[in-house]
Design a binder for this molecule. Structure first.
Ligand code: HEC
Length: 135
């Protein structure tokens, strides 16, 4: 009897530990990543918590025409954004806007986005699973 109580206590402590771990993992600012430190962003942008549902709306309005599966199947040089790291995608967008990464198409796209919108859309794509484009 005593044994099972002990087991229960141990187990719930572990689960609480995991839950706390999950809360920390849900930091959607990407601010602890090296990629963002390199960008030297103002603190309100650095601390902004990305919102994937806002990102989804934006992606469906402005990105899907080129980054959607149908186009990816046709255009060998168009990158698949789904499942890439959020911090990486965000960094690319900032660098397109700043002209630190050059591509006429994407520089035009990125220049229309605020940095908070970039985080939203980066988080959204990072949470998607890439489709098998050979099907
Ligand atoms: C008119 C077509 C077009 C549209 C619309 C477009 N993109 Fe792109 N995107 C491209 C192309 C082409 C590239 C590859 C650029 C290169 O070769 O450097 C690219 C590259 C990127 C990359 C870099 C990916 C990597 O793997 O390094 C990101 C991030 C990105 N786009 C995000 C977006 C987002 C977010 C939107 C919507 C707001 C968007 N793009 C809209 C064509 C487009």
């Amino acid at each position: 009897m005593q044994h099972s109580i002990l087991k229960f206590a141990c187990c719930s402590a572990l689960m609480t530990g995991l839950a706390v771990g999950n809360v920390q993992a849900a930091d959607n600012s990407f601010k602890e990543t090296l990629a963002l430190k390199e960008l030297t962003l103002p603190s309100e942008i650095l601390n902004y918590q990305a919102d994937a549902s806002k990102g989804e709306q934006l992606a469906n309005q402005r990105c899907i025409a080129c980054h959607g599966d149908a186009m990816l199947k046709m255009m060998a040089t168009y990158p698949n954004l789904k499942g890439q790291k959020g911090a990486y995608l965000f960094k690319q967008l900032v660098q397109f806007k700043r002209g630190e990464r050059t591509n006429p198409i994407m520089q035009a796209q990125a220049s229309m986005l605020s940095e908070t919108e970039m985080k939203d859309v980066a988080l959204y794509y990072s949470q998607q699973t890439a489709a098998d484009l050979n099907q």
